[in-house]
Design a protein around this ligand. Structure first.
Ligand SMILES: N=C(N)NCCCC(=O)O
Ligand SMILES: [Zn+2]
Ligand SMILES: [Zn+2]
Length: 332
């Protein structure tokens, strides 16, 4: 059993019973405690097993648990960011938000309500999808707390299409809806890793009109990670930032387990390095979506996803710890 942080007032880190016993017991993300074991948390890792919004291969409803399984080997110290992400702030696994697989509108409402409940405690969210539909209700909830947020969207696709067969809530439409609803700061939006075929040239014009910048996967290749990070930071500035990672931003060689794969994507090394480069940004919450384990092999995709989520959690954890330290200094 894990000690409760209600009693100790200190974060409860993952249990380190042994250096290698990562594979025993039920999986939580990074083997952090469950939310009900600690009461409250600074960062809630939460699953959303919903994939009724997909346009091609289904299966992302199993993504969250696959990521949890693949995250067992995450160790306490993250050298790339020189941080112990689970040790100075509480990170807890909040389980899953259940969403009706037979009714997308109802599912979107449930996800929003579930996100509201967690965010109202002051926690930041690291959401594990699910398909990309779920980004919209989470952004609504995040914007209720922070106002319109900057968005970095890592994805092969734009996901700013208008509708599919008349449906407005799908995995190809969340960011158009979000702009229409005024929950994104349209001066600070960027897609990263975009590539592949489109329905028409107008897709790009409409996307630009919504306010998005695009860094294609070819741009990452040509400009390199450091220049890309610099450009992204200039665009985002100090604004509250939401990061949405669709795992299909990676090349199918690095992430075969996804529903709408596109050739010519980022390597997992590039993605991890870009995310790490955003260390000074004001990251308020993040999601990682579209892992569909049925198409995966040897956990290639879910390992890449869990390591990306680890970097995102580390970004948030470092920031929270820094703000706490600042507050303490001001009190002295
Ligand atoms: N994987 C996500 N989120 N979107 C893909 C939409 C692809 C399509 O419209 O064909
Ligand atoms: Zn995608
Ligand atoms: Zn997407």
């Amino acid at each position: 059993m894990t000690a409760s942080n209600r009693e100790t007032a200190m974060p409860v880190p993952p249990q380190e019973t042994d250096r290698t016993l990562h594979f025993a017991g039920p999986a939580t993300f990074g083997r952090v405690p469950r939310l009900d074991e600690v009461g409250t948390t600074d960062i809630a890792v939460v699953g959303v097993p919903f994939d009724a919004g997909v346009s091609y291969r289904p299966g992302a409803r199993f993504g969250g648990n696959a990521i949890r399984e693949a995250s067992r080997q995450l160790r306490p110290y993250n050298p790339a960011q020189d941080a112990y992400p689970f040790h100075y702030v509480q990170v807890a696994d909040a389980g899953d938000i259940s969403a009706n697989p037979h009714n997308i509108n109802e599912a979107v409402e449930s996800v929003e309500a579930g996100a509201d409940e967690l965010l109202s405690t002051g926690a930041r969210l690291m959401t594990l999808g699910g398909d990309h539909t779920i980004a919209l209700p989470i952004l609504r909830s995040v914007a209720r707390r922070h106002g319109p947020v900057a968005l970095l969207h890592f994805d092969a696709h734009l996901d700013t299409w208008d509708s599919y067969f008349g449906a407005e809530y799908t995995h190809g439409t969340p960011f158009r809806r979000a702009v229409e609803e005024g929950i994104l700061d349209t001066s600070a939006l960027c897609h990263v890793g975009t590539r592949g075929s489109l329905y028409s040239k107008e897709d790009l014009d409409e996307d630009t009109k919504l306010g998005f910048g695009i860094i294609t996967s070819a741009d990452v290749l040509r400009r390199g990670v450091d220049e890309v990070v610099q450009q992204l930071k200039e665009r985002i500035g100090e604004r509250p930032l939401y990061i949405s990672v669709d795992i299909d931003v990676l090349d199918p060689a690095h992430a075969p387990g996804t529903g709408t794969p596109e050739a010519g994507g980022l390597t997992s090394r590039e993605l991890l390095e870009i995310v790490r480069g955003l260390a000074d940004c004001h990251l308020v919450s993040a999601d990682l979506v579209e892992v569909a384990p049925a198409y995966d092999h040897a956990e290639i995709t879910s390992v890449a996803a869990s390591h990306t989520a680890y970097e995102l959690v580390t970004l948030m954890s470092r920031q929270i710890a820094f703000f706490r330290w600042l507050e303490e200094q001001n009190r002295l």
